[in-house]
Design a protein around this ligand. Structure first.
Ligand code: 3PG
Length: 383
């Protein structure tokens, strides 16, 4: 069992919290989703030290604990300002990793102070799940909270190893993700319709495999559909496909699934498929109308260009109109698309996870979730 902050009292959440969040989006929707957890910790009287990442920086030189020569857009300094605006509170940004100094600063700060450390991926130990980094981070706090579901499929030091050194909890956003996604995973009402699009096929294979016998229909667009058409021998011209050779066997197997519905017409430009066509839209709408559970990841075309967004828009409207279905959408592109057309509120749940949501829905064990289970078990044994 995972322990969640929402269920804990002020005594358990006493002192300084090391709070792992995920600010890895261009806009603020992921940050906004974390506000309830930050506010709860502050109400319980904690001081909050936030850690997060942005992008995939590599080879950043650290001199005297200070990152030097890195892409400025990967710094979290701007996020500190954004968060201060959203939270209406001062956020103290710490641009270095001199942990002794940080410890002194956070210990001396009045209760209820909020700190944000620089992008943890500037440190090699983060990606390497290095226990030495986890120990340094742990030295800053009395307990740890993961409200970064979106990065919980990574075994990073601030997601995984950290839980070996501090009492650890799941945040409120994390808790909602597990509750809603588990519901879709384990007890979906039928018909269950899974819609998969986006720019990659590879990351959708796990979901296709896991739900093979459970989904009533898979509706495919984007690179996943193009790749499966290609595998079936169709000439897809210059369309986006995944050429990962190691996936070929799996793709061949998937292309034979009986519950797979691939587009039967397209909108193209310069010999590349960029959206599903009107006949496919009608077919997809029909299935969505009948559905009782709907999971959607990835736009069905080049939806950032309005003329190739028609398929995704029709699908989004059909989901919005189906009031009887439990509907989930996730993945950065999909969520940004739904927000742009103000359709996100029409879904039962919007996941902050991209890869994390897909891995969870593929039935995989996410390191961030396993780590929170493990700490609970370890504490139980000690007693
Ligand atoms: C995401 O945006 O999906 C998460 O922040 C994880 O990022 P990553 O794929 O770079 O690990």
């Amino acid at each position: 069992m995972i322990r969640y902050v929402s269920k804990e009292n002020s005594r358990a959440l006493h002192g300084t919290a090391l709070l792992r969040l995920d600010f890895n989006t261009e806009d603020e929707w992921r940050m906004t989703a974390t506000l309830p957890t930050i506010k709860l910790l502050l109400r319980r009287g904690a001081t909050v030290v936030i850690v997060s990442h942005r992008g995939r920086p590599s080879g950043v030189k650290i001199a005297g604990g200070q990152p030097v020569k890195f892409e400025k857009k990967l710094s979290l300094k701007r996020d500190a300002m954004r968060l201060a605006r959203l939270l209406r509170r001062k956020i103290r940004f710490i641009p270095h990793f001199r942990f002794k100094e940080i410890r002194r600063k956070t210990a001396q700060a009045p209760r209820g102070s909020v700190f944000l450390l620089e992008n943890l991926r500037f440190l090699r130990g983060e990606d390497a799940n290095d226990p030495r980094l986890a120990r340094e981070l742990a030295s800053l706090a009395d307990f740890y909270v993961n409200d970064a579901f979106a990065v919980s499929h990574r075994d990073d030091a601030s997601v995984d190893a950290i839980t070996k050194f501090l009492p650890s909890y799941g945040g409120m956003g994390f808790e909602r993700e597990i509750r809603f996604l588990s519901h879709a995973l384990t007890q979906p009402k039928h018909p269950l319709v899974i819609i998969l699009g986006g720019g990659k096929a590879h990351d959708k294979l796990g979901v296709l495999r896991y739900f093979r016998a459970k989904a009533d229909w898979f509706l495919l667009g984007g690179a996943a559909a193009n790749t499966l058409h290609f595998v079936r021998g169709m000439n897809v011209g210059r369309s986006l496909i995944d050429r990962e050779r190691s996936d070929l066997k799996m793709l061949k197997a998937v292309s034979r699934y009986e519950n797979l519905i691939l587009p039967s017409d397209w909108i193209t430009r310069r010999n590349a498929i960029l959206d599903i066509g009107p006949r496919t839209i009608r077919e997809f709408e029909k299935r969505i109308r009948q559905a009782r559970t709907i999971i959607w990841s990835g736009p069905l075309g080049l939806a950032e260009e309005p003329r190739f967004a028609k398929g995704s828009l029709a699908v989004a409207w059909a989901i919005a109109a189906n009031r009887r279905a439990f509907s989930i959408a996730g993945g950065g592109e999909t969520v940004m698309f739904l927000k742009k057309y103000r359709l996100d509120k029409k879904f039962s749940f919007i996941s902050t996870g991209g890869g994390a949501m897909l891995d969870f829905l593929a039935g995989e064990k996410l390191p961030g979730i396993s780590a929170l289970h493990r700490t609970r078990a370890a504490r139980g044994k000690k007693r």
